[in-house]
Design a protein around this ligand. Structure first.
Ligand SMILES: Nc1nc2c(ncn2[C@@H]2O[C@@H]3COP(=O)(O)O[C@H]4[C@@H](O)[C@H](n5cnc6c(=O)[nH]c(N)nc65)O[C@@H]4COP(=O)(O)O[C@H]3[C@H]2O)c(=O)[nH]1
Length: 755
């Protein structure tokens, strides 16, 4: 099989070689024929007495012998051994030898060959580069000069010599010039050809449609992109009017004409966007760029048509993203502004009212913190959908961020706005939401401002609705409140508080009070909780509840919280330096602080600077902080634990702690929330809860501290329930450091193992 295919390959090759040899023979025959024709021409010259018969005979014989030799070589295949089997070189040398032989003998032949060469050179300028032409001219002139020298030596006639020398001089002047000019023409021709290929490639591969049209809008040229973009045959478009590329309802003739008129000077261009139509009738957005060009003796307009479908889609998407909230798909603050401005303009004309509702969901932060952002997101989208359901199409529901929403309700001619809409909205929002097995019930605090009574601008109405919302929250959650001028005062006060809070740290207005923690069994003070106070220059001592939420909201809690830890450690150091027995001091950590990446480093550097053993510092965390991101909490707690500080869960029982998670956290202490302690005397439920917490803590080998112990009977119950420690007014209210020192340290505080 293999040898068979090998054979067939060889025979095919032989066949091709045979064909090539035949071709060479044919070419040779044509060259021989041209030699015969030349010979006939020479015979004509001879018959007219212009050439010597001997010369012609000698030339013809030499040529004849040479041609026969070549013929035999081709027939026998000798030529195949040569480098160039066509034998072009030897044949040219034979021709040149014969030509020079004839020229040598005949002045006429020299004259004819000179003229012949000039003609060849002239035509050659379109084909050969300067170098080739110049070489040919020099060789010819050199051989010619040598020939004349030999003739002169042989004593040629003076008249003939003069003619030949004159011819040689003329040719010496003309031929290099022809060669030089010819070379240039040839270069230009090549450049033009290259440019043509270059621009043709651009024309053919350009993704933009290029249309060259005359002053009447008739398409003269267009490129292959026409097919790709408009699905139309470019050849078929030639001669059609450019308007055939547009949908029937779009007429840009005037725009086009106007744009063309504005094009002044070379390189001027005009640009605009419009719509085009494909062969199947579908439309596409186009960007048109026009410029003028002069072609075929006429003014032309060159039009670039770019398909901007993708760009338009991206623009629309960006616009949508810029104007909408990505989570709920509702308009965002920017679009709410636009819509409200529009609603106000309309209401001014129609002399109707517009209500701006500012909504904030009560307890949302707690849900978000304790059940995680994913649950928070589901809750928000559910609430957003409910708000939209209550609205009419002309109304707007927007999300400003977090759990803050704004609704813009416009009064129509048919119906007045009334409180019943708000009640309907609140009922709808308060319906339970089921997420991941949790049944969540959220309520909204709603502030309402009314146009035109409460403001005539977008900003004032939104601001006033916000102020009213704060009041609604203060009045107890799940409430709504219409704005009144006096509310503004409260909002201003809040702003003032915020600005005072910002400078309180620099001004050194913060203080720490210490509340003792007492061992139930021994009655001895075994620790203290450091609690923050703000000594305001005009308002006096402000309790933390009045400013911690604001500090948390503004982020100021991070530097304030760091100050608390430092102040507590410094106080501890002072007491130790004064020879007082050290005890563990606990400080509260806020959610923001806990989330800070450099929390551990901050605490570590404070401990090092104040030379306090980590075991004397206890950090109080809330359940919400741990549950909002369990993985982060686990990592952060491990880092803190490694540092050596004590960890406790504050207000235990009020959050959403899963006991399974509790096991993952390296906690030392559970603090029973004071709401359970408060109800110990009269509520069986609280007793059960307190007992459960203590049992749980014991099972997990944790210490238990009961907060807010005010009454002896509460202490008694806790003692019987084997609670480790108590903290509360029964022992002492939080005290400034000197009083705490006097009452609880000097009286012989018990030393606690810092481990
Ligand atoms: N009714 C009653 N209350 C008692 C009794 N014993 C103590 N208390 C009060 O209960 C609060 C205990 O602190 P907390 O649960 O950590 O609750 C703290 C804590 O969450 C926060 N807080 C206080 N200081 C800081 C701080 O430095 N940083 C952070 N992030 N939060 C702090 O402010 C909350 C309130 O602090 P305070 O106003 O100092 O209120 C303190 C304390 O004065 C009692 O027998 N009965």
């Amino acid at each position: 099989m293999a040898s068979h295919s090998g054979k067939s390959e060889t025979s095919a090759e032989d066949e091709r070689a045979g064909e090539r040899q035949q071709l060479r023979l044919r070419r040779f025959s044509m060259a021989a024929l041209s030699a015969v024709v030349t010979f006939l021409m020479l015979v004509t010259l001879y018959l007219n007495g212009m050439m010597d018969g001997r010369t012609i005979l000698a030339g013809a014989s030499a040529m004849g012998i040479g041609l026969v030799g070549f013929f035999i070589a081709f027939k026998r295949g000798w030529n195949l051994k040569a480098k160039d089997p066509s034998l072009t070189g030897p044949m040219m040398m034979l021709s040149a030898a014969v030509v020079f032989l004839i020229m040598f003998d005949s002045a006429t032949a020299r004259a004819i060959m000179g003229a012949y060469l000039c003609v060849i050179m002239l035509f050659g300028v379109f084909r050969y580069p300067t170098r080739v032409l110049m070489n040919t001219a020099i060789i010819f002139l050199g051989v010619y000069a040598c020939m004349l020298a030999v003739l002169w030596l042989r004593g040629a006639q003076a008249a003939d010599m003069a003619m030949d020398i004159g011819r040689l001089i003329v040719m010496a002047c003309v031929l290099p010039l022809v060669a030089w000019v010819g070379g240039h023409i040839n270069n230009l021709r090549n450049t033009l050809h290259d440019r043509k290929v270059f621009f043709q490639t651009i024309w053919d591969t350009c993704k933009e449609v290029v249309v060259v049209m005359d002053a009447d809008g008739i398409i003269r040229y267009t490129n292959p992109a026409m097919k790709a973009v408009f699905d139309r045959d470019p050849a078929a478009m030639i001669g059609m009017h450019a308007s055939s590329l547009q949908p029937a309802h779009v007429d840009v003739t005037h725009r086009l004409q106007h744009a063309v008129r504005t094009l002044e000077g070379p390189g001027a261009k005009a640009c605009f966007e419009t719509e085009g139509v494909r062969a199947d009738g579908t439309r596409l957005p186009l960007e048109i760029t026009l410029s003028r060009a002069y072609l075929d003796s006429a003014d032309m307009v060159v039009v670039f048509l770019s398909d901007i479908t993708k760009r338009k889609m991206a623009e629309d998407q960006i616009k949508h993203l810029a104007q909408h909230d990505p989570l709920t798909g509702l308009p965002n603050r920017m679009m709410m502004h636009e819509r409200l401005a529009h609603a106000l303009a309309l209401a001014t004309r129609q002399e109707s009212a517009v209500w701006v509702l500012f909504l904030d969901f009560d307890r949302f932060k707690l849900i978000n913190d304790s059940l995680g952002h994913k649950v928070g997101d589901i809750v928000l989208t559910t609430l957003a959908a409910r708000m939209v359901e209550v609205c009419r199409e002309t109304d707007t529901v927007a999300r400003l961020g977090g759990d803050e929403f704004v609704m813009v309700l416009s009064e129509t001619r048919g119906g007045k706005l009334s409180e019943s809409i708000i009640e309907r909205l609140m009922d709808k929002l308060a319906k339970p939401i089921h997420v991941n097995g949790h049944e969540l019930q959220l309520t909204a605090s709603i502030g309402i401002s009314v146009f035109p009574e409460d403001g005539t601008t977008v900003d004032s109405l939104v601001e006033h609705a916000d102020v009213a919302m704060y009041r609604a929250k203060q009045n107890g959650r799940n409430n709504f409140c219409f704005y009144t001028a006096s509310m503004n005062d409260a909002a201003i006060a809040r702003l003032e508080l915020e600005s005072d809070l910002r400078s309180a740290l620099q001004r050194g207005e913060f203080r720490l009070h210490y509340q003792p923690q007492v061992d139930v069994a021994s009655g001895e003070t075994v620790g203290a909780e450091a609690l923050l106070r703000w000594q305001h220059p005009t308002k006096g001592l402000i309790p933390p509840a009045a400013f911690i939420p604001l500090a948390e909201e503004t982020g100021l809690i991070v530097p304030i919280g760091a100050w608390v830890i430092r102040a507590a450690c410094e106080q501890q150091r002072k007491w130790m330096s004064a020879g007082l027995s050290p005890m563990r001091i606990s400080v509260n950590l806020s959610p923001r602080q806990f989330a800070e990446d450099d929390l551990v480093e901050t605490i570590q550097s404070i401990l090092i600077e104040t030379r306090i053993e980590p075991g004397y510092l206890e950090l109080e965390l809330t359940e919400g902080m741990l549950m909002s991101d369990v993985d982060l909490a686990e990592k952060r707690l491990a880092e803190l634990k490694q540092l050596g500080v004590h960890l406790s869960i504050d207000d235990f029982g009020t959050g959403y702690s899963s006991l399974a998670y509790l096991k993952r956290f390296p906690i030392d202490v559970l603090k029973i929330d004071r709401s359970f302690v408060k109800d110990l005397s009269n509520e069986d439920n609280s007793k059960a809860i307190v007992m459960a917490i203590i049992t749980l803590a014991k099972a997990m080998k944790l210490h238990v501290v009961a907060e807010g112990v005010e009454l002896l009977e509460q202490e008694e119950y806790l003692r019987n329930a084997c609670c480790d420690r108590i903290q509360g007014y029964l022992v002492s209210a939080p005290l400034p450091a000197p009083e705490f020192e006097e009452n609880f340290l000097e009286k012989g505080a018990l030393q606690v193992e810092a481990a």
